[in-house]
Design a protein around this ligand. Structure first.
Ligand SMILES: [Zn+2]
Length: 137
């Protein structure tokens, strides 16, 4: 007795296997998209933190005619507290603050580390400076 195999059709098992592979790949793409969207959201929040700190520094400068030597001098009067980068969950800004020690006419504050590398942002970026505003690469 010889079994005749149908030509041009798929068995139920073949269809189930292909559907399984497709659903695993779909799940993988959805997860990757979610991780990337979350990284982008934390990056935008980090930029907002830097703008907030920059505004606090400019308020300080308006009153004292110079920028502070340390970022912590802004609290609690100019900004309530130094925010944390949501990508890092630790302080990344206090050590990332730099002011021109001679003239104190400029400052740069940045997110120290490479917490935004998953979306292609360089180490120690984003930055915010008095002179250039927000720099994002
Ligand atoms: Zn950050």
């Amino acid at each position: 007795m010889k079994l005749n195999r149908r030509s041009g059709g798929f068995t139920l098992m073949e269809i189930v296997v292909v559907m399984g592979i497709i659903s695993v790949l779909f799940g993988l793409f959805v997860t990757m998209g979610y991780v990337r969207a979350k990284a982008r959201t934390t990056y935008v929040a980090c930029c907002e933190n830097l703008r907030t700190i920059g505004t606090g520094l400019q308020l300080y400068e308006l009153e004292k005619k110079r920028f502070p030597n340390e970022l912590i001098s802004l609290t609690p009067y100019y900004i309530r507290k130094i925010p944390q980068c949501p990508a890092a969950d630790v302080d990344t800004y206090i050590e990332g603050y730099d002011t021109d020690s001679e003239t104190q006419g400029n400052f740069t504050v940045y997110c120290q580390g490479s917490y935004h590398a998953p979306i292609g942002i360089d180490t120690n970026y984003p930055q915010y400076s008095y002179q250039w505003g927000l720099t994002e690469w």
